[in-house]
Design a binder for this molecule. Structure first.
Ligand code: IVH
Length: 686
């Protein structure tokens, strides 16, 4: 299939070579593709082809400067840095909006609205997202973007036109032959989470300061005096309001205003709707709250506006905020607090994680007292010290982390963190391999109680041996009293020993024994996973079990055979082989089998071609598999992985934040799989 089939044929390509016509055609083509990519989120052309057309236009304009027009895509990046930003007085002030936090706040808002309108019926509200970026005013005169300004104090902002022109979701010219003589489009400039991550990665590589969050990154990028820097920062824009309008009728509804914007080629967010009554508002809040972490950008709430513009006018404004709108905020995902101490946590593989003990603070609706600092390099890079005031973040179910310090609020006596040289739990030396970011306790299971506890907890965990009732506190007691040292010891516990422990009655002790007994009937995959071999997660354990069929076959295998397994590379293979070659581990396995743990053994797998002839496209982030894992699994089963979706694609495997490839797959009717369905397919071929 040629590119034209894939992306739709180009329109009106001039045959005879007429420079002016060619330049105009190139401008239109480039604008059309930019719009498809940045506004419709549906790319219509590969990047390389876009770049080629762009270069052609640049060369044409260099030879014929008289052909350059201000809305040419080549004119997005300005020249020399500005000495400063000029002040801009807003003709219509840019107001703020009142906040509500609870259901009651929203019900009160709706009641005030109905009272103000003398209306007993349900009010129609336009619902949209509250973007966490910066408010911008875009001034279009006769369809051309002539000025862009920040909100500032609401009355006077700064002229950031040259920077705004670099944002490709903002049209330099409105898509209409009958533009209003003047329109001020208002909306939010923001940075997508993925672009933020890439930017920080670049900053890190260049040894430059990282940004604390996408909002700061967007603000920092927009306030650059050198627009060439802004141009490299992938900013986005969503419109949500209007300032002055001359020479066109004002739409009668807010929702119609946004639809009009969309028809003019201005980006508006797809997550918008019109509902009626307070219950409609609360339903919208709940739906968006569920999806919040999956959105490609950050929001800090939702916004409700009366849809009917006439009704908006009747209600009007009270001190700098409208009576007809309210922001319903989500619990903040970030908060500032003080670092009381930095402690070292030892994980089951001996990995040392610096953890900040914090003055209690509410983040995302939960009180946080600890936050991870990941590793030593991270503490250094972020320059986090004891006593520092820091930003902590907790998004969704993710473990809270320290994002950055607040330099202005560092006390004089802040103490620098020093990584210990001995394990704080067992005193063994700490080693850090050169190529690894993680420092580890060298004590291993036998010497280090922290590793022992971690390993035992992993063994009993739900996805491993699934022994209910053996929780953290119980395992801690068993280890501290020397009653359990290896997983095999669990199976020798008696009713008397267990019921003697703190907070254990006969009944709960018997429950633990029953759960232990039940766990003896298991699967080979669970058993392998439960052993806690480094780099062997659940999916690798499953692959091993399936490939070898029996534990003895696995124990007897060598590197070449382990490398035959679908998603296993040299590092993982080495870890598996060295685990099984350790006599203590062999002994443990024998003891566990002797205590009655058993599973149904299967036949070793023949090399398979289950997916022969099938082409996959991977997009977005899968919950547990990395791209490389998924690719290895597909290839091991004889399938192929392609970079873009076409009619020939057999399956698209889509994860979180899947973008245009997913849309394309939907359009073409290609089968879309989530991770679970994908794993099933790889295992069974159907
Ligand atoms: S409307 C007259 N809609 O929130 C009402 N604002 O406090 C003007 N914001 O500075 C604002 N998403 O930057 C509106 N969908 C949305 C918004 C939104 C984010 C920001 C905006 C403004 C602040 C209002």
């Amino acid at each position: 299939m040629g590119q034209d089939d894939l992306f739709g044929s180009s329109v009106n390509e001039p045959q005879a070579y007429d420079v002016a016509a060619r330049a105009e055609w190139l401008r239109n083509e480039l604008n059309r593709h930019s719009h498809a990519y940045y506004v419709l989120d549906n790319p219509s052309i590969p990047d390389a082809e876009y770049d080629q057309l762009f270069r052609e236009l640049q060369e044409l304009e260099a030879k014929h400067p008289e052909l350059i027009v201000s809305d040419s895509p080549t004119q997005r990046v300005g020249g020399e840095p500005l000495p400063e930003f000029h002040q801009v007085r807003h003709e219509v002030p840019m107001l703020s909006i009142n906040n509500g936090f609870s259901e009651e706040d929203i019900q009160n808002f709706d009641r005030r609205v109905r009272e103000g309108l003398g209306n007993d019926h349900d009010i129609r509200y336009a619902c949209e997202l509250k973007f966490d970026g910066l408010a911008i005013n875009l001034r279009y005169e006769n369809g051309l973007l002539v000025q862009a300004s920040t909100r500032g104090d609401g009355f006077t902002g700064e002229d950031v036109t040259v920077n705004i022109r670099t944002i490709r979701s903002i049209p330099l010219k409105l898509q209409t032959t009958t533009p209003p003589s003047l329109i001020e489009v208002r909306g939010e400039v923001l940075m997508f989470k993925s672009d933020f991550a890439k930017l920080n990665q670049r900053q890190r590589t260049a040894n430059q300061k990282e940004f604390a969050n996408p909002r700061n990154a967007a603000a920092g990028s927009l306030r650059q005096l050198d627009s060439r820097i802004t141009a490299q920062r992938s900013l986005r824009f969503f419109a949500y309001g209007i300032g002055r309008l001359d020479g066109a009728p004002m739409p009668t509804r807010h929702s119609a205003l946004l639809d009009w914007y969309q028809s003019l080629g201005i980006a508006v967010c797809a997550e918008r709707t019109v509902v009626s009554g307070a219950q409609g508002l609360l339903d919208f809040y709940a739906v968006i709250g569920q999806r919040r972490t999956q959105l490609p950008y950050e929001i800090d709430g939702v916004v409700y506006k009366i849809d009917d513009i006439e009704q908006q006018k009747i209600l009007g404004y009270v001190s700098r905020a409208p009576r007809f709108a309210i922001a319903h905020k989500f619990p903040a995902e970030e908060a500032t607090t003080t670092v009381l101490d930095i402690e070292i946590q030892v994980g089951r593989t001996g990995a040392l994680t610096p953890v900040a003990r914090l003055a209690p603070v509410s983040v995302g609706g939960v009180t946080v007292t600890n936050a991870t600092l990941h590793n030593e390099d991270e503490v250094r890079r972020k320059d986090i010290r004891l006593g520092d005031c820091v930003i902590v973040r907790r998004a969704g179910d993710v473990i809270p982390e320290v994002v950055a310090n607040v330099p202005e609020r560092r006390p004089d006596n802040a103490i620098e963190f020093v990584m210990p040289t001995a394990c704080p739990v067992c005193g063994s030396p700490i080693v850090r391999l050169e190529e690894e970011a993680i420092a580890r306790c060298s004590g291993g299971w036998l010497k280090c109680a922290a590793q022992r506890k971690g390993g035992l907890l992993h063994f009993v965990s739900r996805r491993a041996m699934d022994i209910e009732g053996l929780g953290e506190q119980l395992v801690e007691q068993l280890v501290d009293k020397g009653l359990v040292n290896t997983p095999a010891d669990f199976y020798h516990l008696t009713l008397d020993t267990l019921s003697d422990l703190d907070r254990m009655a006969k009944k709960s002790a018997q429950n633990v024994l029953d759960a232990l007994e039940k766990s003896k009937t298991t699967t080979l995959a669970r058993f392998i996973y439960a052993l806690g071999i480094r780099h062997v997660g659940e999916s690798t354990a499953k692959s091993l079990a399936k490939h070898f069929g029996s534990l003895d076959a696995l124990l007897a295998s060598d590197e070449a055979r382990v490398l035959e397994v679908a998603d296993i590379g040299p590092v993982v293979a080495l870890s598996i082989l060295s685990f099984f070659s350790d006599p203590l581990n062999r002994q443990l396995i024998d003891q566990l089998r002797a205590s009655g743990i058993h599973w149904e053994e299967g036949e070793p797998e023949q090399s398979n071609d289950l997916l022969a002839g099938k082409t996959f496209v991977l997009t977005g982030t899968l919950p547990t598999l990395s791209r490389d894992d998924a690719r290895a699994m597909i290839e091991a089963a004889g399938g192929k992985v392609a970079g873009s979706v076409s009619k020939k694609t057999s399956y698209v495997v889509a994860g979180e934040e899947a973008g245009s490839k997913l849309t394309r797959a939907e359009e073409l009717g290609v089968v879309i799989l989530d991770e679970e369905q994908f794993l099933k397919l790889v295992e069974s071929g159907s």
